[in-house]
Write a protein that binds this ligand. Structure first.
Ligand SMILES: Nc1ncnc2c1ncn2[C@@H]1O[C@H](COP(=O)(O)OP(=O)(O)OP(=O)(O)O)[C@@H](O)[C@H]1O
Length: 275
């Protein structure tokens, strides 16, 4: 079993608070949503070097939380606050949040016909470099940057020539999300049900790719220590990637937080234990 407790030593920034969510309320502003409140007072503190898992019943607001954090236009924050790396997050545009170091993996990654994976990754990487005043990488330089990432994640280079997610299997799409994560190396990576729809082997491969990313981030002294927030329904993922904290979310709120044992209790007793 590949297991990794993501408690990073070495980097001086490990342990700093990276995300602070305080009494966050948000409602839907889509036509069908009818202004319904989904987040009803979420509190969450994530420090560098930690992996947090959020588990909760269908429809309790887990994905909404992740989308509100990245600034999805379907939701409006009605009260509460979020700071990211010590600065207010909610006034930033989605693109600015990404450039600030926030990354959300898609639950159902979209296909982008006609755009090769390499070009897509290079555009995303260069946009981030540009935003921080860095110099863009040309295709050759980017290739040199990308190849070690592929090796870290044990991904086949043939992935790069194909169009983004076009014809990819479910497991390949999820691994491609992890490749994007590794290229952008965000301060906080949010993985929304990265394990959904995967068979046992694909889950192991995706978990190994995440652990590969974590191990590389651990060694890389040139970047700040990142943190991860994983939304999942299944304990199985947490057997491969051991979280620092597990949160239980019910009806728009985090109602309990604890060690990874909580996922075991959840499996045995169900959500009734918290209702
Ligand atoms: N864009 C939207 N339009 C209409 N309803 C929405 C939208 N986004 C979320 N909702 C509703 O808000 C509620 C919370 O949804 P959300 O996706 O956050 O739940 P979840 O906890 O991630 O659920 P699951 O575990 O099933 O993925 C659900 O009732 C959902 O139908």
């Amino acid at each position: 079993m590949v297991s990794c407790s993501f408690v990073i030593t070495g980097a001086s920034t490990s342990g700093d608070v990276i995300l602070e969510v305080s009494d966050l309320h948000a409602r839907l502003v889509t036509e069908q949503g009818n202004g319904r409140e989904i987040l009803k007072g979420v509190n969450l503190t994530v420090k560098r070097g930690e992996v947090h898992a959020i588990m909760g019943k269908n429809g309790c607001g887990k994905s909404t939380l992740s989308k509100v954090l990245v600034g999805h236009p379907d939701y409006e924050v009605t009260s509460g606050s979020v700071t990211f790396k010590g600065e207010p997050l909610l006034d930033l545009e989605p693109e600015e949040r990404s450039h600030a170091g926030l990354f959300l993996s898609f639950q159902s990654p979209v296909e982008v016909p006609g755009v090769s994976n390499t070009d897509f990754l290079r555009m995303a990487y260069n946009a981030k470099l540009q935003a921080s005043g860095g110099e863009e990488l040309d295709p050759l330089e980017f290739y040199g940057f990308l190849m070690p990432k592929l090796e870290q994640l044990k991904m086949d280079p043939s992935f790069l020539q194909r169009n983004v997610n076009e014809g990819f299997s479910g497991g390949e799409k999820k691994r491609n999300e992890i490749l994007q994560l590794a290229v952008l190396s965000p301060d906080l990576g949010i993985l929304d049900e990265i394990d959904s729809g995967l068979d046992v082997d694909a889950l192991r491969d995706v978990a190994a790719a995440i652990n590969g990313y974590i191990a590389a981030a651990e060694k890389d002294e040139s970047t700040n220590t990142p943190a991860m927030l994983m939304i999942t329904h299944y304990r199985r993922l947490l057997e491969y990637i051991q979280p620092s904290v597990v949160h239980i979310m019910l009806d728009g709120k985090i109602v309990d937080s604890g060690s990874s044992d909580m996922a075991q209790i959840l499996e045995e007793k169900g959500y009734d234990n918290w209702m």
